[in-house]
Design a binder for this molecule. Structure first.
Ligand code: ATP
Ligand code: MG
Ligand code: FE
Length: 336
């Protein structure tokens, strides 16, 4: 089955073609980061308008690099939520009208389910069951995953998401958007431990997180005195270390609590190399295997949506043929 995937939930437009027999045939992403950077964050109305501009050229690009003809497409999967309402509507209306024109079924996909299943697109893919650590710009959750569509929430952040904490802390350090990669670059030149930041909820005994206090702790440091270059590096390194330490401890505790031996990490923060380094080392000591999506599929993309839609279509349903649609800006993953 050849599935076209469309992603437009936030500030990346993604289009991909996934074949259930041959795998990912090709994908293309357009990131709006440069456009939103001037505003220090994503401007929803600008995001929607830009998705409109990008979708047709991206589709043409993917058809051209894969050599596929539109008529060969069997189904269209698209992100129906959660995300920015206007941005989601662009992708949904594009996907449904293309489905109507090509007379193929469509499949609305949950954006986080896309992230969660994205490690299955890697060469060394995990097998069910596993624990998933979802660490993105809007979410930080631990999920027990026993199969496609079988997700049980084990714990989540009580306030800011891990990616959000990176983004907000980056702002405090005078860095651009998105903050994750910017902090990681600074942290690579600094030494963790020169500053002492808290490890929120490390010993809470549950699998929940809290990151807003960490950002406030950074604020206290930068408010009290002007940091020189070295101090900024050291503070970034300590911040990255604090987030990483808590994520590693809770993720491995979740795997052990479930009695599994596989952990899957998905979402933008999963691209953080220090997180990967610490997680891999700690997991190896406990006999746990850690799986990541291919690096270019950590942040938003169409490939994970095409893949997720294909699994859904194969597993349980023939897809939608009415081409009526609605989007769900707020939508819990456990509810799919
Ligand atoms: P959601 O999926 O929850 O709706 P989102 O789609 O905005 O949110 P992603 O695209 O998965 O989230 O990830 C973006 C986030 O990942 C941003 O917060 C960004 O700062 C963070 N991020 C990206 N690369 C890195 C990195 N190397 N280190 C830390 N954080 C990173
Ligand atoms: Mg994004
Ligand atoms: Fe995302």
């Amino acid at each position: 089955m050849l599935v076209l995937g469309i992603e437009s939930s936030c500030d990346e437009t993604g289009v991909a073609l996934y074949d259930s027999l041959r795998g990912l045939l090709g994908h293309a992403i357009y990131s709006q980061i440069d456009m939103h950077e001037a505003y220090g964050g994503v401007v929803p109305e600008l995001a929607s308008r830009d998705h409109i501009r990008r979708l047709i050229p991206l589709l043409d690009q993917v058809l051209s690099i894969t050599g596929v003809d539109k008529k060969q497409i069997d189904a269209i999967a698209y992100t129906a939520g959660p995300g920015l309402a206007g941005a989601l509507l662009v992708g949904a209306s594009f996907a449904e009208s293309l489905g109507l024109a090509l007379n193929v079924p469509t499949m609305p996909v949950h954006h986080l389910e896309g992230h969660l299943l994205s490690p299955l697109l890697a060469a060394d893919a995990p097998t069910f069951p596993f624990v998933a650590l979802l660490v993105s710009g809007g979410h930080t959750q631990l999920m027990r995953v026993s199969g496609v569509g079988k997700y049980e929430l084990l714990g989540e952040t009580l306030d800011d998401a891990a990616g959000e904490a990176f983004d907000k802390t980056a702002k405090l350090l005078g860095l651009g958007y998105p903050g994750g990669p910017a902090i990681a670059r600074l942290a690579a030149k600094g030494i963790a431990g020169c500053y002492k930041l808290p490890r929120p909820m490390l010993r809470s005994g549950d699998l929940d997180f809290s990151f807003s206090g960490l950002k406030t702790a950074v604020l206290t440091v930068v408010r009290d005195h002007e940091l020189n270059e070295t101090e900024r590096h050291d503070l970034a390194a300590e911040f990255q270390e604090a987030v990483t330490e808590v994520l590693v401890a809770k993720a491995l505790a979740a795997v052990e609590r479930c009695g599994f031996d596989q952990l899957v990490v998905a979402g933008g923060v999963g691209a953080n190399l220090r997180l990967r380094e610490r997680l891999n080392a700690a997991a190896a000591r406990r006999g746990i295997r850690v799986h990541y999506p291919p690096l270019d599929l950590c942040t938003d993309n169409g490939a994970m949506i095409a893949y997720c839609g294909a699994q859904r279509l194969l597993a349980e349903s023939a897809g939608q043929t009415t081409h009526a649609f609605c989007v769900r800006p707020r939508w819990a993953l456990q509810a799919v």
